[in-house]
Design a protein. Structure first.
Length: 418
């Protein structure tokens, strides 16, 4: 009965209700975008598989400059890696490269939903595939992986041939579709599942990182590890070091230079790089934050003013109900329900508007499976935070209305009649 009465009251003040709906639709969609960005800040700070403070990435000052591997040889590279390994400030180091596992067969029936989830369509590709990172034995020791289920790589995992049988670790997403020991493409045997909600560096020169939920980690085979061309690329693009606190970075920067190389290499701290990226993004997000704050203020003000106006217009109705035995708490509950219905309807509309407005970013985020500041998503944590903002707005506005409402008396509401 109260819900029906609330709907009738909203219908009677439809114009004001429509304005509030529009305000909620655009305001909460702005807040949803900001929530995504700040949620990504939290993820970048707390969900790295690598320790942010001690991890350093080897990269170049200008990755656009070409360098020619023909000028150098394997011994020169090995000498630098040998110096890195022996340096007093280096705890460990490792190398990696990116790869993909196209999915065509499996010892278990392939699920259609999984294949659809793993198919990237934004670049016109239609082959389901798993994003992967291939790590050498040194990198595996640096990671010191604690798998959620199964076992980590053994020393033997790094002695196989690239075209032979390979043990792999896959993200927790695949628990729904595979079991330990399942084989993909008659080559990749699943021996463990990675921890949840983690990401790893998959490109030393960018600020995007690979989510491990739908990804795989593959041990680097000996033939690839010893291939000079691959070694040369890994040195310039994907070497990772774990250093001791207060390491002499200047000395290490000198150590990692290939004499005669046009690319000048340097070490950057992963945590500092992420912090700088977040700081820069925070500054650019200030206008959105101000808009969100204005929305909250005007939403609270709008709900309070329109509700008080509605009470004044309906004061005789409320006064008679109080005289006939209705409690103030019952009438206040009626008003609270009216505001809650507007808030929920506005929130639902704002979410639809957010999905429509950011559909391309949401699609890219889903397909690329990377973590970044602009990794827009629409999941349960985001929904929870949006509804938390709605709850705060409704709570503050109705608290102000309650203070106003509890001072009202029946005779003042019905024009002095008793």
């Amino acid at each position: 009965m109260r819900t029906i009465n609330a709907l009738k009251a909203l219908k009677n003040r439809w114009f004001i209700s429509l304005l509030l709906l529009i305000q909620f639709t655009f305001g909460l969609s702005i807040i949803t975008g900001s929530i995504n960005i700040f949620y990504n800040f939290f993820s970048l700070h707390n969900h790295s598989l690598l320790d942010l403070s001690s991890t350093y990435l080897l990269t170049s000052y200008d990755p656009t400059i070409k360098t020619f591997e023909e000028k150098f040889n394997r011994d020169q590279l090995n000498q630098i890696y040998d110096k890195i390994q022996k340096h007093k400030d280096v705890i460990s180091y490792g190398t990696y490269y990116e790869d993909k596992i196209p999915i065509s067969t499996s010892t278990r029936t392939l699920n259609k939903k999984m294949l659809a989830d793993l198919t990237t369509t934004i670049f016109g590709l239609n082959q389901p595939e798993i994003n992967a990172i291939v790590i050498d034995e040194n990198y595996n020791r640096l990671l010191n992986l604690q798998v959620e289920e199964g076992k980590n790589f053994s020393k033997k995992s790094f002695t196989s041939k690239r075209n032979g049988k390979i043990n792999i670790l896959v993200g927790p997403y695949f628990k729904k579709y595979f079991r330990l020991g399942d084989v993909i493409n008659n080559q990749y045997t699943i021996i463990g599942f990675l921890p949840k909600d983690k990401y790893i560096v998959n490109n030393n020169s960018t600020n995007t990182y690979l989510k491990l939920d739908k990804a795989a980690i593959i041990p680097m085979s000996q033939d690839i590890y010893n291939d000079y061309g691959n070694m040369f690329l890994r040195f310039h693009q994907s070497t990772v070091l774990k250093l001791r606190p207060n390491a002499d970075i200047d000395a290490l920067n000198q150590l990692v230079q290939l004499k005669g190389d046009t690319l000048k290499m340097y070490l950057k701290n992963l945590g500092q790089d992420i912090h700088q990226n977040i700081t820069d993004s925070t500054y650019s997000e200030i206008p959105q934050i101000l808009l969100g704050a204005c929305f909250i203020f005007f939403s609270v003000t709008g709900i309070v003013m329109t509700t008080i106006l509605s009470i004044i217009i309906r004061k005789r109705e409320f006064g008679i109900k109080l005289v006939l035995g209705e409690s103030k708490s019952g009438l206040f509950y009626q008003i609270f329900l009216e505001n809650l219905l507007i808030g929920i309807a506005g929130t639902i509309l704002s979410l639809f508007y957010f999905i429509w407005k950011y559909q391309k970013l949401l699609k890219i985020s889903h397909d690329l499976n990377v973590v970044s500041v602009l990794d827009f998503k629409f999941n349960m944590p985001i929904l929870f935070l949006v509804f938390m903002f709605l709850f705060i707005i409704i709570l503050i506005s109705n608290f102000v209305i309650f203070i106003f409402f509890k001072k009202l008396e029946p005779k003042s509401l019905i024009g002095g009649m008793e």
